[in-house]
Every structure is written in C-alpha cells, then in structure tokens.
Design a protein. Structure first.
Length: 103
C-alpha cells in the first residue's frame, strides 16, 4: 500500500473518470478506495481482480466525526495487507472483509 496522504479523485484529475479508471489507478498506485458507492465492489466481482482493496461504508449518512471513528475502527482491526486485497464493508455495528478475488 502506498504510504502518504489521502488522495481525492478531483485532486488527481480523476473527478470525471469512470469507475474502471479509478480502480485501475488505485491498483497501479497501491491505494485502497474508500467509498459508499457499491459500483466499485461490483466491478471487482465482475473482473475477478485481486486489487485494489475497498473500504465500503454502508448504513447511512455519517458526520465527519462518525467517519473518523469508523475509519479508526477499521485501521485498528484490519491489517494493511488484508485491506489491500479485500472488500471491507463497514457500518456502525460491524466490519466484514472478503478477500479478493470474490467468487
């Protein structure tokens, strides 16, 4: 996984990119996608790719503080190696990770 700061799609010129382009960029850069968009996991299932990892937030609209808390839970509970090769679904109740590629 690439070390360093968080990258937002507009900041790297991908604000108008397709989901496939964003996935390809994240895989090349060793990044993990953090999203609430279920299209990303669906594409990984269809393509049977093993990267990039995805942290998928579900279960509602979270405040910035709630998101920070949920993200801290994920980072405390799941190793970087697992995050890089899994789809981790996160809500207020649990974190569920499934290793890529999904069958």
């Amino acid at each position: 996984m690439a070390a360093g700061m968080t990258r937002y799609t507009p900041a790297i010129g991908l604000d108008r990119a397709s989901d496939r382009e964003v996935l390809a960029w994240a895989a090349r850069e060793g990044r993990i996608i953090v999203t609430a968009d279920t299209d990303f996991p669906h594409l990984l299932v269809l393509t049977q790719e093993s990267t990039p990892g995805i942290i998928l937030f579900r279960g509602g609209h979270y405040t910035q503080e709630e998101m920070k808390g949920l993200m801290a839970r994920v980072l405390d509970a799941i190793s970087a190696d697992t995050l890089a090769r899994a789809i981790c679904t996160v809500d207020n109740q649990r974190i569920r990770c499934r290793t890529l590629p999904l069958k």
